[in-house]
Design a protein around this ligand. Structure first.
Ligand code: PTJ
Length: 250
């Protein structure tokens, strides 16, 4: 369907199209459509924009990623179709490993997603030959790679399942979640929760990293901001913002 750019819901409709096309191409899981719809509902509640709490969490996430020894970016079907360029850009900028970790894992889908990322410029994508298991998760969802997830000290998990987020946290990793639902188990479990659409969050994290480097921000400055950041407090502020609502048309 042709959607004119002037349509007030243009961006949202384009995203839907990408998710539907991605499902038809075997990239997005069927349940990915439902997950997207849930995300849309929460996005409405925050006004379909990056709220100040997300802005702060994105900056703190950028600092963690800059200082990480082995940062890893976890990729699933939805993320791969929504932000393939940004995933590759961020992995090169840091650098960080890109690892495909699917909730509804099939070898075929892992291959198709790897091909998509390679088409978008990725030189290396982990996840096709898992050689490790995340403790506490049943086989298919727990498989990962020793070089990526297992070794990671900081892991970025857009649209993650709650069990995996909690298991990664238990392993002592710094978990950065991107999740529009501030009440999801993933959001509650993560060290840093970015309540923002992955489509807005990824470019912002990239810009935050570039800005911090251009400014020559020292480790001590970044550590100070990281220590001052309180994820629960940030989530409570997000919930208050939703509760207060905004009836103006945007
Ligand atoms: O590709 P797979 O097999 O790994 O499957 C991926 C999905 C997303 C289907 C799977 O992980 C799943 O079922 O996830 P959940 O439990 O539905 O959680 C997805 C979370 O992401 C929900 O809390 C949504 O609100 C949120 N979400 C959906 N779309 C976006 C989003 N958050 C940020 N940006 C989005 N565009």
């Amino acid at each position: 369907m042709h959607v004119p750019k002037s349509h007030p819901r243009y961006e949202s409709l384009k995203k839907r199209e990408k998710i539907i096309d991605g499902m038809k191409a075997g990239i997005v899981a069927e349940a990915g459509l439902i997950a997207h719809g849930r995300g849309e509902a929460f996005d409405y509640l925050i006004g379909e924009r990056t709220i100040p709490e997300a802005e702060l969490a994105e900056k703190i996430a950028a600092y963690h990623l800059i200082m990480a020894k082995h940062p890893v970016i976890s990729v699933n079907g939805n993320t791969a179709v929504l932000v393939p360029d940004e995933l590759v850009k961020l992995s090169e900028l840091l650098p960080a490993n890109l690892e495909i970790n699917l909730f509804y894992r099939s070898e075929k889908r892992v291959r198709i997603i790897a091909e998509l990322l390679i088409k978008h410029g990725a030189k290396k994508v982990l996840g096709e030959k898992p050689d490790a298991t995340i403790p506490g998760l049943e086989h298919k969802r727990g498989v990962c790679s020793e070089e990526g997830t297992m070794r990671a000290d900081v892991i970025l998990i857009p649209l993650e399942d709650g069990d995996r987020a909690m298991a990664l946290k238990k392993m002592g990793k710094t978990v950065i979640a991107i999740d529009l639902n501030p009440l999801s188990r993933t959001s509650k479990a993560a060290n840093i929760t970015i309540v923002d659409d992955v489509v807005r969050a990824m470019p912002r994290i990239i810009e935050d990293i570039k800005r911090a480097r251009e400014k020559g921000l020292g480790k001590e400055v970044m550590k100070g901001d990281i220590e001052a950041f309180d994820n629960s407090k940030n989530l409570i502020c997000t919930l208050k913002r939703i509760k207060n609502g905004d009836l103006s048309l945007y």
